[in-house]
Structures are given as C-alpha cells and as structure tokens.
Design a protein around this ligand. Structure first.
Ligand SMILES: NC(=O)c1ccc[n+]([C@@H]2O[C@H](COP(=O)([O-])OP(=O)(O)OC[C@H]3O[C@@H](n4cnc5c(N)ncnc54)[C@H](O)[C@@H]3O)[C@@H](O)[C@H]2O)c1
Ligand SMILES: O=C(O)[C@H](O)[C@@H](O)[C@H](O)[C@H](O)CO
Length: 262
C-alpha cells in the first residue's frame, strides 16, 4: 500500500489574510491537497469575493471577519471556526502589511502598527490556536517570513524588525511546542508579484530591474511557487521538521550577485 505523505484530506487549514496574493495561492495549494480552507480578513466584501473564488475552483472554503491584532476577536473567531468547520489542524500566519519610509522620517505609530500586524498578530493567533492543538495531540503552524527576516533594505525598517522577530518567534514556538507534536516552521518568500510589491514592480523602476538582476532565477516569484513548501510544511512529510525557515526566493539568499559588466 502506498501512503501519500502530502495528502491533507480531512484537515482544516486557517490561512490568515488569504483573500488574494500569496495567502490565496498557498490556501489553494492546501485545498488542492485535500484541506478545507478557512480564511479571514477585516473586510467582509473582500472575504466574500475570496470565498466565492475558492468555491469556483472546486475547493471547500469558509470566511470569517476578524483582525489578527485583536485578541478578543481572534478567540471568538477560533471558537466559531472550530464549532462550525472543525478543529484547526494547520495555521498559516500570512496576514501582513508593509510601510516603506526612511527611518528618520518614520512616525513611531507607523512603526508600531507594522510590528503589531506582522509580529504580534502571528503571536496572538498561534497562541490561541496552539491551545487546541496541544489538547488534540498535534498540528502544523507556518509563519510567513521574508527576505527581510535575514537582510536589511532601505525604507523597510519596521517590516524587517517584524519579520526578523517572526523568524525567532518561529524557533521559540518550535522549542515550546514540538513535544506536543506541533511542527512550527516558516516560509520566507523572496520577491513575489503581488499587490504588496506592485508599487516597486513597474517597468523602468530601478528596483524592478535590481530584483530581476539580483535573483539567480532572474524573475519575480509567482504566488504558486509557494505551494510546494506550504503543502510540505502542512503535511505528514514534515512531521520531524521543527523551527526552520524555508526560503523560496529563486536563490537570492544564496549569493552576493555579480557586477553587471562581468
Ligand atoms: N509579496 C511579496 O513579495 C512578499 C515577500 C515576502 C513575504 N511576504 C509576506 O507574505 C504575506 C502575504 O503577502 P502579500 O504580498 O500576498 O500581501 P497582501 O497585501 O496581498 O495580503 C495581505 C493580506 O493580509 C490582510 N491583513 C493585513 N492586516 C490584517 C489584519 N490586521 N487582520 C487581518 N488581515 C489582515 C490584508 O487585508 C491582505 O488581504 C505577508 O505577510 C507579506 O509580508 C510577501
Ligand atoms: O523590499 C520590500 O519592499 C519588502 O521587503 C517586501 O515587499 C518584499 O517583497 C518581501 O518581503 C521580500 O521577501
């Protein structure tokens, strides 16, 4: 008898903020591997459209409105999801924001907002989902990190501080929860074509050219490029993998690059 290590049939996966972009691509990957998809957002309109799109793709999907930074709302939503859909087996902390401002010009409130959504949000959602996973004997948590978990870049200080923190939070979660059969890992996407990167991805923009030259694979990532890592880290195939960040980056972190005249 062959066992499909990557089969997610019967599993419930909560992917935060998966109403478009990377979250939606990863959620579709998990859905195509058999999981029931639960997504959230703080706006009902975007959520209804997203759930309709998942269903149009033949996937089993549910949407809940809540803000990942509001612990009361998160607790209420988790209770509802687990009653109405089923216990959460897989959590992908995908919701995130970025603000591109030089440090000397950045308001403290803006810095704190990014830390709140990108670092405190995954802490709040994981903490409250993990309680149920511990009681039930296991689960999978995936934190969506970034190149900025490893590298600095002009104008993205708060984002880099948050994503660097999320990498270390991932290792702490793995340290505390591996003994409960919860595997916590991260995915670090390189530069991907989504609405988050739309302002820096236009033809003729120096950053657009820089990324294509700087990436050994010589292209922006397509959201679907993340599906393999998401399925692996959600499935039985990763049952002894704890506290790692899988960088899906076309090779950026592997190289310092080369001068353009060589
Ligand atoms: N696009 C890239 O190149 C790239 C690269 C590395 C990492 N990432 C990370 O991947 C994740 C998804 O990125 P994306 O490009 O698809 O972004 P996106 O902006 O398209 O999607 C993020 C989603 O999170 C939701 N969200 C934001 N704050 C929220 C909150 N407080 N509560 C609930 N939902 C909230 C947004 O409404 C949005 O739907 C983010 O964590 C991002 O930092 C993106
Ligand atoms: O440079 C930027 O603007 C930010 O770093 C993000 O937008 C990146 O897309 C991503 O997080 C890299 O992994």
């Amino acid at each position: 008898m062959s066992i499909n290590l990557f089969d997610l049939t019967g599993k419930v996966a909560l992917v935060t903020g998966a109403v478009h972009g990377l979250g939606m691509a990863m959620a579709k990957g998990l859905g195509n591997a058999g999981a029931t998809i639960v997504v959230n957002n703080y706006s009902k309109d975007a959520l209804d459209e997203a759930v309709a799109e998942y269903k149009a793709c033949g996937l089993n999907a549910y949407g809940y409105v809540f803000d990942v930074t509001d612990e009361k709302a998160v607790i209420t939503a988790i209770e509802k999801i687990e009653k109405e859909v089923g216990p959460i087996d897989i959590l992908v902390n995908n919701a995130g924001i970025i603000k591109r401002t030089p440090i000397v010009d950045m308001e403290v409130e803006d810095f704190k907002t990014v830390i709140d959504v990108d670092l405190v949000g995954p802490f709040i959602v994981s903490k409250n989902v993990a309680k149920g996973m511990i009681n039930r004997g296991g689960g999978k948590i995936i934190n969506i990190c970034s190149m900025m978990s490893e590298l600095g870049r002009d104008t993205v200080s708060a984002y880099a501080a948050a994503k660097g923190g999320l990498k270390m939070l991932t290792k702490s979660m793995a340290t505390e929860w591996a003994k409960f059969n919860i595997q916590t890992n991260g995915i670090g996407p390189g530069y991907f074509a989504t609405s988050q990167t739309a302002p820096i991805r236009v033809d003729g923009h120096p950053f657009n050219e820089f990324i294509i030259k700087r990436t050994p694979a010589a292209r922006w990532g397509a959201p679907e490029d993340l599906q393999g890592a998401a399925i692996f880290l959600s499935s039985k195939a990763s049952d002894f993998v704890n506290g790692h960040i899988v960088y899906v980056d076309g090779g950026i972190l592997a190289t310092i690059g080369k001068p353009s005249n060589e």
